[in-house]
Design a protein around this ligand. Structure first.
Ligand code: PSV
Ligand code: MN
Ligand code: MN
Length: 424
């Protein structure tokens, strides 16, 4: 069945009494519940177009069926998520996977679903069919200027497509690096990459940003040319005010203190945005908050503290995106879970008693500092997140609604059980 507003209304009315009891309790427990709810209503997290199909590993891929076959169907899927949770009002496209033939129709379709276009992603990690130059040994870093030029032109084309759609940012993630010691002159690779990024930067419209995403490893396993936040920050500083670092949670070496990285990038005014996900080992791209929810909370704790200290707008000043892959779960269910986890971490961070924390820090009361953070982390803020959804007309329990109203079955019957989404 097609998901209609009256479905959500009946879903919500069945749960309303219980929800109100839970909401009453939490609003009596924390002081500024209403302002937290409003911030949650305003907060939007972009859904990556490439996460809407079933992911896979190099060993196999097991589709759940009804996957979106083109950009129109990807927009429809994000529209469904947004209808269910009220917080997925943007889509992040990956080019050339999502190159649209008719931009105006795509824009109209997105607007119909209440979606905007978040950062555009370029792809210089794969060779496209009949591509004249190969990215086997890198793209923007390549020893051959012709390959670099090809990659630069691709990025400029992505900006062009993004401008037509109304996007305001380009995310550059490079697979560039080396697999074995001696393969690469690190300094030359860095300089080539910088020179290439400068050409791309020069093509950015004035109101655009470029996000330089770093990653410690994979597909290259000896060195990566934008390997950590230090290297990304170097590029961003050298490029200029429109360049920022993008933090993908899965792109660090084990046990990295991501919240500290976030804090310092904010201080330097070079934090551009996020790719949220979670991991046990590396770039696992698991559901946000599924493995290390305390880390997610600590990251949001730094974000709220750092953004408020700098007077930044929580909605506008950073790019909030998910970057995940779903191998065994329904991608839409998984994305609903990720958005929920991000909203919970945000709500918990908003509820931290900042004045008390500053006071405790000033007298080195370590135990008290820990208590204050853990008090917020251990408070069940889910009714606040649910209330934000209720106020936007979305579902009190999105995942349950997804199942009750048989959304996947409807997609399978419309699209078939063997569809393969373009992307990863
Ligand atoms: C690379 O691992 C990455 O996180 C980058 O953000 C890419 O754009 C994305 O995955 C999809 O390939
Ligand atoms: Mn990423
Ligand atoms: Mn990744």
């Amino acid at each position: 069945m097609k998901l209609e507003n009256y479905h959500l209304e009946s879903h919500n009315s069945e749960r309303l009494a219980k929800h109100e009891r839970q909401l009453d309790f939490i609003t009596s427990e924390i002081s500024d519940a209403q302002s937290i709810i409003q911030k949650l209503v305003d907060f939007q997290i972009a859904i990556p177009s490439w996460a809407l199909g079933t992911g896979g590993t190099r060993f196999g891929r097991f589709s759940s069926g009804g996957e979106p076959r083109n950009i129109e169907e990807k927009i429809e899927d994000v529209g469904l998520l947004h209808k269910l949770n009220g917080s997925s009002g943007a889509i992040s496209l990956h080019i050339p996977w999502d190159t649209a033939d008719n931009t105006n129709a795509i824009k109209a379709l997105a607007a119909q679903h209440g979606l905007r276009f978040d950062a555009m992603n370029s792809n210089t990690f794969q060779d496209q069919p009949d591509q004249a130059q190969s990215y086997k040994f890198g793209s923007l870093q390549h020893v051959d200027k012709a390959v670099r030029k090809h990659a630069i032109e691709h990025n400029i084309e992505v900006i062009r497509q993004g401008v037509e759609l109304g996007s305001k940012a380009l995310t550059v993630w490079l697979a560039d690096g080396s697999c074995f010691p001696g393969q690469l002159n690190f300094r030359k690779a860095f300089q080539n990459t910088l020179e290439s990024l400068r050409e791309i930067y020069a093509a950015l419209p004035n109101d655009w940003k470029i996000f330089v995403e770093y990653k410690a490893f994979e597909p290259n396993f000896y060195s990566t040319t934008v390997g950590d936040w230090g290297q990304s920050l170097l590029y961003a500083n050298k490029l200029g005010p429109k360049a920022y670092t993008l933090v993908d949670l899965g792109h660090h070496l084990p046990n990295a203190n991501i919240e500290q990285i976030v804090s310092l990038l904010l201080m330097e005014e070079k934090l551009g945005g996020f790719h949220f996900n979670d991991s046990k080992y590396g770039d696992d791209d698991l559901t946000a908050g599924s493995i290390k929810p305390y880390q997610l909370f600590l990251i949001f704790n730094e974000l709220v503290e750092g953004m408020d200290a700098r007077g930044m707008d929580h909605r506008e000043d950073l790019g909030w995106m998910i970057d995940a892959s779903h191998n065994v779960k329904d991608p839409l269910e998984d994305l609903l879970q990720s958005v929920e986890a991000i909203m919970i971490a945000y709500a918990q961070a908003l509820s931290v008693d900042r004045v008390a924390l500053q006071d405790a820090q000033a007298i080195n009361d370590v135990a008290r500092c820990q208590e204050i953070l853990q008090q917020a982390f251990r408070t069940d803020v889910r009714p606040l997140v649910a209330e934000a959804r209720l106020r936007t007309g979305a579902a009190l329990a999105p995942l349950e609604a997804f199942r009750t109203f048989k959304v996947r079955q409807e997609l399978i019957s419309n699209r078939g059980s063997k569809t393969v989404a373009t992307g990863l």
